[in-house]
Design a protein around this ligand. Sequence first.
Ligand code: HPA
Ligand code: ZN
Length: 325
Amino acid sequence: MTSRDDLGDVDRHASPEDALAELHVHVEGTLEPELMLELAERNHVTLPHGDVDYLLSGHEFSGLQSFLDLYYANMEVLRTAEDFSDLARGYLARAARAGITHAEFFFDPQAHVVRGVPLEDVVEGLSDAVAVSRREFGVDAAMIASIVRDHPVPDAHAMFGELMRLQAPIVALGLDSAEVGYPPSLFEDVFARARAEGLHITVHAGEEGPPEYVWQALDLLGAERIDHGIRSLEDPALVERLVEEQIPLTTCPLSNVRLHVVESLSVHPLHRMLDAGLAVTINSDDPAYFGGYVDDVFAALHDELGLTEEERKLLARNSIRAAFT
Ligand code: HPA
Ligand code: ZN
């Protein structure tokens, strides 16, 4: 019997020039205003920010926390397995139009469980979308459960235990949400459990947090990829380590601009990262909030940072090499 993964490999190797993976996207961050309004109506939920103009006009964020406040508030409309399936299918369809052939998306189980949504409904809805993705959208898809790091550590353990009990079809465990003050070291035991279960590990570190958090992600959590990792550039010894071990950094340039991690796209250190030999990939993070999907990110990098065709191909190759499945 041929497994889904075998088929994925065949396809990706059949046309390597066209293969492109997105490895850092939060499915809840793909909740477009149109779907948000539809789900609000379907579930009789009053939107925290009810007016459409507000939702459509784009939002000014002062930093990660101000984004997270809106991101978690808007999740209120996601209630049923069907909602989660619609959300993921919407993303996968759009990812296909962006040229994505392989997508590994995050979801935040704790953000839904605390609102009273059963974890099994979340998993069922998302995994239904993943199951049809290859056939319907031509995108090989996989799910990464992410710990919400500013929730109590015991909640992370409980969530992980529940995912294992449900035999959730996840390929990796991640760590996201408010970074500063919530170092990776807090979660050493949960990630040890995940590694023992044979899961891959990817950790948000060095977005707003210091290089020390990236070291901890590598040394204490066994991270195989670092999500963002842009502040690693402040520590030459860390850059050396990341280059030496070719640890992928899943960067999100539009997110970096919108969350003021960099001042503008024209001063984004992407060229510097590539020149240093870092295994950089390009991603959208939360495309409904940050101004676009991966095709939009590449277009912006071309226009505002002078990204060359050669660099684009290197970034695409890096993305395929960094994929877990
Ligand atoms: N950083 C941390 N947590 C997140 C993000 C992000 O950019 N997006 C969604 N959760
Ligand atoms: Zn992220």
